[in-house]
Ligand binder design. Structure first.
Ligand code: DGY
Length: 323
């Protein structure tokens, strides 16, 4: 029997490729990242399964070009790069990789928070630029304590909840806002208190974003919100860049409307060396590495393949968007 065809827009771990090769005829894009749309449009025509990554925009046009596609398996927890509604309409299953990257992403959010509050990366830049002597005085270079501060978690799902666990161990006060109800038991375990969105904005010393990018959250954090935040507050984003109006954030940081930010995600990635954020000292910038640990990436590869195997055979992926 002819093997089904699977296309990967980037390569995966060897063990995952081995597993795929046993079952399918596979092809891996090896050129420019992300794969140019025109190339993907050609490839998607005859394949049964697609393995893609967050930078590959899988829109209506691409889905329409696919004639045999049964499953799109994305190597990510986020799926805002895929028109999932349209895929569902076309009976194409969509698999994604939550759960396995929860700890790694919460760890990154927490490390960004410590970094920006204690000014670690900023200090690193000072040393590298030979300016240590300029901050010799006892009060020249001070950060902010985490202990006793109020952390506002926007989205108390898997990653937000895991961040709360870490924050609790650091004696922080945790408030949160969430679309869906969170059980009283979870609140109790995490020591987290539900507040309105407004109250989370005004009362938090640090806000960490853990919601998906949707029509509702698009550009939600804009100047109106920054002006309501405490002047001493910090904003952490490891979710999606488009949830923040970056232009407004840059103004808010430059004008000290808020105290600082730490970002792993941006409106458009990768950002260039001329990006205005790069000139700002009270911001920590990470290159979208929330899930990027050896162990986590291996688990994501395993899950991506499992999701593909199920979807290509007309079954629901382990983690499935829609059905
Ligand atoms: C995800 O999985 O969506 C993370 O942003 C890493 O790409």
């Amino acid at each position: 029997m002819k093997k089904k065809r699977v296309f990967l827009t980037r390569t995966l771990h060897d063990f995952a490729l081995k597993e795929l090769k046993k079952r399918y005829q596979i092809e891996i894009h090896s050129g420019k990242i992300p794969i140019p749309k025109i190339k993907l449009e050609l490839k998607i025509k005859n394949i049964d399964g697609l393995i893609c990554f967050p930078y590959d925009k899988i829109d209506k046009e691409l889905i329409d070009a696919a004639k045999n596609l049964k499953v799109i398996s994305t190597y990510s927890v986020g799926f805002d790069h895929i028109d999932t509604q349209y895929a569902k309409k076309k009976k194409i299953r969509v698999g994604y990789t939550p759960e396995v990257l929860t700890d790694a992403t919460a760890d990154l959010a927490f490390s960004l928070m410590i970094d920006v509050l204690r000014r670690v990366s900023e200090g690193d830049r000072i040393i590298r630029h030979g300016k240590w002597k300029q901050i010799y005085g006892a009060y020249d270079y001070v950060g902010t304590d985490l202990q006793g501060k109020t952390l506002g978690i926007f989205g108390l799902g898997r990653i937000g909840g895991t961040l709360a666990k870490r924050a609790k161990a650091f004696d922080m006060k945790i408030i949160y806002h969430n679309r869906k109800d969170v059980s009283k038991n979870k609140e109790k375990i995490l020591g987290a208190k539900y507040v309105t969105f407004e109250k989370m904005i005004t009362d938090s010393d640090i806000i960490s974003i853990h919601v998906p990018h949707t029509k509702e959250t698009n550009q939600l954090f804009d100047m109106k919100i920054f002006k309501k935040m405490k002047k001493t507050a910090f904003l952490i984003n490891t979710a999606r860049g488009k949830i923040i109006n970056e232009k407004d954030l840059i103004t808010a940081l430059n004008k000290k409307i808020i105290a600082g930010a730490a970002l792993d995600v941006y409106e458009s990635e990768p950002i260039s060396k001329n990006h205005p954020l790069i000139k700002i000292q009270n911001v920590v910038l990470a290159p979208h590495i929330g899930s990027s640990t050896d162990e986590t990436r291996a688990k994501m590869a395993e899950l991506t393949v499992k999701n593909l195997n199920l979807g290509i055979n007309g079954k629901s992926p382990i983690y499935s968007v829609g059905y």
